[in-house]
Design a protein around this ligand. Structure first.
Ligand code: NOJ
Length: 763
C-alpha cells in the first residue's frame, strides 16, 4: 500500500506544477482538435454522421469469421462508430483495419467493454474495493485493469459505476461504492484517474472511462432491478449526485445514462438531467452514451415507440446509442419531419469524434491493438501480486470472539462449504473477461499457505440452494456441480469430525449479485444455513468465511458463530489473499461501506439518517408513537464504517484547534491513534459532521473525512483533519449550495457508531 501512496503523490505533484501553462496547452490542444474535427465533418454525409452515433454489441465470433461478420459489414458501410463485447486483440485489430483501410473516411473505431474490476487479473468486486477505503489502491487497480484491457484491443471501459445504493436487495449494490456520497466521490475520482491517467492521447496503457449510471439507478424501488427511482430534488442533490459530479470534475471522458426513469421520464431522454444539469450546470463536455437498448426500452416504458424515443433521446442530449439502432435508422426521417435538428446531430457526432481524438486514435488507430503487448501484459505475476495485496485489504472482519482468528498453522483444519473449491466463482459478477480456469481455489490457497505444518481437509457440504431450479438461476453462467443434498451434509459432518477447527466457506455465489440479481431474502441461502447450523452443532470452533456481493442479514450468524470474516468476492487471487488474512500474515483492515441490516425489513438502511421529529429514545424496547419498529431495533447489525482488526486501536481524546470556525477560516481536528495490540495493522480513521440546525432537516451524521494509516504494534500517530466551510455546505430548500452559521458537531471514530463528539460554531 505504501508504494502506491508515493506513486499518487508524485502524480499529484506533476498535475499541480504550473496550472497556467497546463491550461494554455489544453486550450491550444482543444483548438487543434476543433479544427481537425470540423474539417473531417465537412466531408461527412448525414448517413456517415449517424453511423458514428451507433454503438452495437459485437457478440462473440471466431478470429477466422471476422472478415465476414455482420460487424465487419457494418464497418464497411460506415454504420458504426464503435462496438463493444468483442474479446481478443487479433479480432479487434482486424476490425480496426477494415475501418481505417476499407472505408471512405478511414475513421477509427472506439472499442468498449465492461472492464469493471480488472480484465484478466481480477480485483475484488467494487463494493469490496470500497471497503478498503484506499483510494490509492483503487486507482492502482484501475490503472492495471486499463493496462491489461488496452493491451487486448479495448479503448473504453463502462466503469466506474458510482450509483449510491442503500438497498441490499438490489444486486447491483455489488458494482458500486456503497451508501455514502463522500466516500463514493473519493472512490470515483480514484477510478477515473486510474483508468485515464494523465495523458490519454499519448498513452497506450490508459483507456477512457465511462461513469454510470446517470442517474439515481441505485435507488431502484424495492431493490428490483430496472425499476423506477423516484426521489426529491433535495435528496438527489444532497445524497446521490456527488459521485457523478466528482467523475465529471475528475475529467471522465464519458457518461452513461441509466435505465430508470427520473421524474417519470426515462433518464435516456431526460433533458433536465442530461443537458440542464450535466452539461450546463456541471460543464460536462465529454460523450453521453445510453445504456443497452435503453432508447428501445422507452417503448416498453410506455413512453414512446423507437422513432419518437430516439428523437427525444437526441434532443435531451444523448450522443451515442448503445444497441437500439434508433439513431442510425430513424434520425434521417425525424430530421425531415423537423422533430430533430441537424445542429444537434452534428453536435453528437462531434462528441464521438472528439472522444476518438482524445484517445489518440486519429494519431494511431492501432494504439490499442498491439498483439505483442497482449502476449506480455496480461495476468502478469506483478499484477497478480498487487491484486492479492489489495484483495486482503477489502476483507471485513465482522466478529472474532476470543481471538479465534488468526488461525494457527497446525493440526487439522476442515474447509467446508460450496465456495471452498469453486474455481469459477471467486471473482464475482462482471468478470467475463478473465479465464477462471487459471485461478486458484480457496482450498489450494490454504494448502499452499500451511504447507506441511497443518492438514486442510475439504468437503463441499451443501449445494447453494436445496432447489435445483433456484440454484440454476443463482449461479447463471458460473454453474457449480451439484451433489445430493443429504449426502453432501453427511460428508461434511464426517470431515468436520476429524478436524480441530472448521472454516465454513459459504454465502452467495458469484452471480447472485450484479445486474439482474435482486433478492427478497438476503440471508445465506437455505441449504447453506442448515449446513452452518449442523457445523455449529458439532461443538467445534467454526469460522464463517462469508462470500457475498451485498450486505446480508447475518442476525443468526452473529448470535451463533464466533468468527465471521466477510471476503466478498476477492478476484482472481482470492485463495491466496484469504490465506494471508486467515493465518495472520495480514491483519484485516476493511471497513463496511454499506450498513448490514438486522432484517430485510429495515432496508433501505443507511447510517446518515435524519433524526425525524420522533427519534427512538431507547433501542432496547418498542416505543409507541416514536419512529421505531415493534419487532426490531432501528440500527443495523453492523454499522457503516465498521470492521475489526487482529490488533486493537486506542483513540485518544479528540482536540479542536478552536471552538469557532471564522468565516473563510478552518478548524483543525486532531486525534492520536495507538496500535495497542500485537499485530502491525492498518486502521481507517473516520470523521463525521452533524449540522445541528439547518434550513432543512439534516442527517444525524455525515462522513466528511477519513484517513487510512498503517501502524506497527505499539506505534501511535497523531491524525489531523482540517475542516473548512466546504465541509459544512449542502443544498437547501431552494437548492442553493451553502451552509447555515451556527452549531455543528464533529465526531471521530473507528466506525460511524463508536464515535466521540465535540461541538463547534461556524460563523
Ligand atoms: C447494461 C448495464 O446496465 C451496463 O452497466 C453495461 O455497461 C451495459 N449493459 C453494457 O454491457
Amino acid at each position: 500500500m505504501i508504494q502506491f501512496k508515493h506513486l499518487l503523490a508524485a502524480v499529484g505533484l506533476a498535475c499541480c506544477l504550473c496550472p497556467e501553462n497546463m491550461q494554455a496547452a489544453q486550450q491550444s490542444e482543444d483548438s487543434k482538435m476543433d479544427q481537425f474535427i470540423s474539417e473531417l465533418m465537412g466531408k461527412m454525409t448525414l448517413r456517415e454522421k449517424l453511423g458514428q452515433l451507433n454503438l452495437p454489441s459485437g457478440g462473440d465470433m471466431t478470429t477466422g469469421l471476422v472478415q465476414n461478420s455482420p460487424l465487419a459489414d457494418a464497418i464497411r458501410k460506415q454504420e458504426i462508430g464503435g462496438f463493444f463485447n468483442v474479446m481478443g486483440v487479433e479480432k479487434i485489430r482486424e476490425l480496426q483495419r477494415i475501418a481505417v483501410e476499407e472505408t471512405r473516411l478511414k475513421i477509427p473505431l472506439v472499442v468498449g467493454m465492461d472492464v469493471i474490476h480488472g480484465y484478466k487479473t481480477v480485483f475484488p468486486i467494487p463494493l469490496a474495493m470500497s471497503c478498503s477505503w484506499d483510494t490509492v489502491a483503487v486507482s492502482r487497480a484501475a490503472s492495471i485493469a486499463a493496462k491489461e484491457a488496452s493491451a487486448d484491443g479495448i479503448s473504453w471501459t463502462f466503469s466506474p459505476m458510482v450509483d449510491i445504493a442503500r438497498d441490499a436487495r438490489w444486486g447491483r449494490i455489488a458494482e458500486g461504492n456503497g451508501e455514502d456520497p463522500y466516500l463514493g466521490a473519493a472512490m470515483t475520482r480514484a477510478y477515473v484517474q486510474g483508468y485515464q491517467g494523465n495523458n490519454l492521447k499519448k498513452s497506450d496503457e490508459h483507456i477512457m472511462s465511462c461513469v454510470k449510471h446517470f442517474a439515481f439507478y441505485g435507488a431502484s424501488e424495492s431493490g428490483r432491478d430496472y425499476n423506477l427511482a423516484d426521489m426529491s430534488r433535495i435528496r438527489m442533490y444532497n445524497e446521490y449526485m456527488a459521485p457523478y459530479r466528482a467523475a465529471v470534475e475528475a475529467g471522465a471522458g464519458s457518461v452513461m445514462s441509466s435505465f430508470n426513469t427520473v421524474d417519470g421520464v426515462p433518464a435516456t431522454a431526460n433533458k433536465w438531467l442530461l443537458t440542464d444539469l450535466l452539461r450546463n450546470e456541471w460543464g460536462f463536455n465529454g460523450l453521453l452514451v445510453t445504456d443497452y437498448n435503453s432508447i428501445g426500452e422507452m417503448n416498453t416504458h410506455g413512453v414512446a415507440p423507437l422513432k419518437e424515443a430516439t428523437a427525444r433521446a437526441l434532443n435531451a442530449g444523448t450522443d451515442m446509442d448503445m444497441v437500439s439502432y434508433g439513431f442510425l435508422n430513424t434520425l434521417e426521417e425525424s430530421l425531415k419531419e423537423g422533430t430533430v435538428t441537424e445542429e444537434r446531430i452534428n453536435e453528437a457526432c462531434r462528441r464521438v469524434l472528439e472522444m476518438k481524438y482524445r484517445l489518440g486514435l486519429f494519431d494511431d488507430p492501432y494504439k490499442y491493438c498491439q498483439p505483442e503487448r497482449a502476449k506480455k501484459d496480461l495476468f502478469t505475476k506483478e499484477n497478480r501480486s498487487v491484486a492479492r495485496q489489495i484483495a486482503a485489504e477489502t476483507f471485513v472482519l465482522l466478529k472474532n470472539d476470543n481471538g479465534v482468528l488468526p488461525l494457527k498453522k497446525q493440526g487439522r483444519i476442515a474447509l467446508i462449504g460450496p465456495m471452498g473449491d469453486a474455481r469459477n466463482n471467486m471473482c464475482g459478477m462482471w468478470s467475463g473477461t478473465c479465464d477462471t480456469d487459471q485461478h486458484g481455489t480457496l482450498l489450494e490457497g490454504l494448502r499452499a499457505a500451511v504447507g506441511s505444518q497443518a492438514e486442510i481437509l475439504y468437503a463441499k457440504g451443501s449445494n447453494i440452494y436445496y432447489d435445483e431450479l433456484t440454484e440454476r438461476g443463482a449461479t447463471g453462467v458460473r454453474p457449480l456441480q451439484r451433489g445430493d443434498n443429504k449426502q453432501l451434509l453427511e460428508e461434511a459432518l464426517q470431515t468436520a469430525a476429524k478436524a480441530d477447527v472448521i472454516v465454513a466457506a459459504l454465502g452467495e455465489c458469484s452471480e447472485m449479485s450484479g445486474e439482474s440479481a435482486s433478492r427478497t431474502d438476503i440471508r445465506i441461502p437455505d441449504a447453506q444455513q442448515d449446513l452452518l447450523k449442523a457445523l455449529k452443532a458439532t461443538g467445534k470452533p467454526v469460522i464463517l468465511l462469508l462470500f457475498a456481493g451485498r450486505p446480508l442479514d447475518l442476525t443468526w450468524e452473529a448470535n451463533n458463530i464466533p468468527a465471521i470474516l466477510n471476503v466478498w468476492f476477492g478476484g482472481s487471487e482470492t485463495g491466496d489473499a484469504v490465506a494471508d488474512v486467515l493465518f495472520g500474515k495480514v491483519s484485516p483492515s476493511g471497513k463496511l461501506t454499506t450498513t448490514f441490516p438486522r432484517s430485510v425489513g429495515q432496508v433501505p438502511i443507511y447510517y446518515s439518517q435524519v433524526n425525524t421529529g420522533r427519534p427512538d429514545p431507547n433501542p432496547n424496547e418498542f416505543n409507541r408513537f416514536q419512529s421505531n419498529y415493534i419487532d426490531c431495533r432501528n440500527d443495523g447489525l453492523y454499522p457503516f464504517g465498521y470492521g475489526m482488526s487482529y490488533t486493537t486501536f486506542e483513540y485518544g481524546e479528540m482536540r479542536l484547534s478552536q471552538e469557532v470556525m471564522p468565516k473563510g477560516g478552518n478548524i483543525k481536528v486532531t486525534v492520536t491513534v495507538k496500535n495497542a495490540g500485537n499485530y502491525d495493522a492498518d486502521e481507517i480513521v473516520q470523521l463525521y459532521l452533524r449540522d445541528c440546525y439547518a434550513d432543512i432537516a439534516r442527517p444525524v451524521k455525515e462522513l466528511k473525512g477519513f484517513q487510512r494509516i498503517s501502524l506497527k504494534k505499539g506505534e501511535s500517530r497523531e491524525i489531523t483533519f482540517t475542516l473548512t466551510d466546504e465541509h459544512l455546505k449542502y443544498y437547501n430548500s431552494e437548492l442553493k449550495y451553502g451552509y447555515d452559521p451556527g452549531d455543528f458537531q464533529v465526531m471521530i471514530g473507528p466506525n460511524s457508531r463508536d464515535v466521540q463528539t465535540k461541538t463547534f460554531k461556524a460563523e
